[in-house]
Design a protein around this ligand. Sequence first.
Ligand code: ADP
Ligand code: MG
Length: 328
Amino acid sequence: MTREILIEVKNLKTHFPVKRKRLKEKKKVVKAIDNISLVIYKGETLGIVGESGSGKSTLGRTILKLTEPTSGEIYYRNTPITKLKGSELQKYRNAMQMVFQDPYSSLNPRMRVGDILQEPMKLQLSMSKEDRQKRVLTLLEKVGLRADAVDKFPHEFSGGQRQRIGIARALAINPAFIIGDEPVSALDVSVQSQVLNLMMDLQEEFNLTYLFISHDLSVVKHISDRVAVMYLGNIVEIGEKEKIFATPRHPYTNALLQAIPVVDFTKKRETNPLKGDLPNPINPPIGCVFHTRCPHVIPKCQQKKPLLQGTDAQQVACFLYEGETTNV
Ligand code: ADP
Ligand code: MG
């Protein structure tokens, strides 16, 4: 079965300049995204997981063109979008929406929910007021909120309800693609799965494609079809969720999986198998970016950067698997 590609990213780099402390100092950059290539298939959820600072949010923002890439290409339905301007860019932007981590700070506290939900429709569609009000009621119903939410303010809702409002706002103008940047990370664990299930139901109903960013592997496991593991601006492993969780290959993926808390306290687990902190992205390690923390490091890792290799079902960037014959 060939799957339709909605978004493709090729050799994407997003580097941020760092302010020089002294005039003579060499120009420095933060390599937030350092050469990422990936595809997102129509209708799927691609989960992006990695420690804080690994570049997940920057990847999402760059795809949405909220941040300019330093180099590389982004394609939407096979159309290159990196150079789009004006109304063409607006059309692209209308097809995508973002749901943020903190539903409270992303909703205007002085606006009633009805107005919050109408706002994107006013900016982007020529709809009558009556149609907008009708659509607001439909959206509220879709995300499981009562119609009387229209006249209330964000502070009158719980965290989970506020995230439902955030999701309704994202859906307001019928996007094809939604990026969730840690959308359940601020919520109580008991509420997280309700919001994740809502997102999954909406995805099915509206044929949505998701890029779902989270530092929490159990959340990513719940919602994703495929998973990409990021480390210091690079994807170190990507593949089908089942493969990544059942047979993780990259030492970093292994370390992340071991760090998931176990419910059964009689089973002992290494608390944090990762040595040391995430290196500074201004001066990332030469060769494999993970080598300074890797339990399997060999001399080659300090000289050359391993590339992703394997099958579509699972690809890993690690010299441990070099030369392996892949049976596609
Ligand atoms: P994550 O979402 O995985 O926590 P981010 O994408 O937010 O990671 O950040 C990746 C790196 O890029 C971090 O080192 C961060 O400090 C840096 N960074 C992010 N945004 C900017 C910016 N606008 N200017 C400078 N540095 C940035
Ligand atoms: Mg982030």
